[in-house]
Design a protein around this ligand. Structure first.
Ligand code: AP5
Ligand code: ZN
Length: 218
């Protein structure tokens, strides 16, 4: 299984990716998590990406495309993979097409913008694994601690309300066009086109997981 999870910041891509990846036994390729790991490790990539990410803008296509192309050659990707937060520009999608990366599905999670600010302000993450919680909607077993490792959870730098608004603008301008890009490609009946599925992302985490898995078997 090779798929893209598409959706606005805070739509629940990371949350659902964990369940989908477990179900299909595939790795989650989150460009956001990869960039945050680089920041934490203090690599040149991390140093270059930090300011851009904290401002809510996008890291350059060249850097991201290079990262992903390298990642998908690794042995754990032989059975497939899930792209979370990638592609998020037309050039990134074109680069995958040009490289002949065949995808089975594009799954869009649709959440109204009004719900997103609340989701982001309550989000807590375990940086090392990318596991995501919400203080109200998806709380960890012990407050402020990761369920599996017991390590500290943090709040993301870019989850400040002002930055979230900027990220939503960037989504509308640069990533939302991928909805048409992939749904129109699927409609052409091209055998290389991934199937396009859209689900509503409002409801409990379990409910959305059920809808996602149903969409991926249709
Ligand atoms: P990235 O890390 O990809 O962030 P994003 O796309 O903005 O998405 P989020 O991680 O904020 O949201 P999500 O959909 O994963 O939601 P989550 O499951 O966490 O990117 C960060 C930055 O990196 C970008 O701004 C950019 O600078 C750079 N970058 C990354 N990829 C790039 C690329 N390809 N090109 C260029 N730049 C790139 O859920 C959110 C919250 O809601 C959580 O607290 C969760 O617990 C809660 N929640 C989830 N589901 C539910 C539910 N059903 N009900 C209630 N609450 C829920
Ligand atoms: Zn995420």
């Amino acid at each position: 299984m090779r798929l893209i999870l598409l959706g606005a910041p805070g739509a629940g891509k990371g949350t659902q990716a964990a369940f989908i990846c477990k179900q299909f036994g595939i790795p989650q390729i989150s460009t956001g998590d990869m960039l945050r790991a680089a920041i934490k490790a203090g690599t040149p990539l991390g140093l270059a990406a930090k300011q851009v990410m904290d401002s809510g803008a996008l890291v350059s296509d060249d850097i991201i495309i290079g990262l992903v192309k390298e990642r998908i050659t690794q042995p754990d990707c032989a059975k497939g993979f899930l792209f979370d937060g990638f592609p998020r520009t037309i050039p990134q999608a074109d680069a995958m097409k040009a490289a002949g990366v065949k995808l089975d599905y594009v799954l869009e999670i649709d959440v109204p913008f009004e719900a997103i600010i609340e989701r982001m302000s309550g989000r807590r993450v375990h940086v090392a694994s990318g596991r995501t919680y919400h203080v109200k909607y998806n709380p960890p077993k012990a407050e402020g601690k990761d369920d599996e490792t017991g390590e500290e959870l943090i709040q993301r730098e870019d989850d400040k309300e002002e930055t979230v608004r900027k990220r939503l603008e960037v989504y509308q301008a640069q990533t939302r066009p991928l909805v048409d890009y992939y749904s129109q490609w699927a409609a052409t009946g091209d055998a290389n086109a991934p199937k396009y599925r859209r689900i509503e992302g409002m409801g409990s985490v379990d409910e959305i997981t059920r809808k996602a898995l149903a969409a991926l078997s249709s």
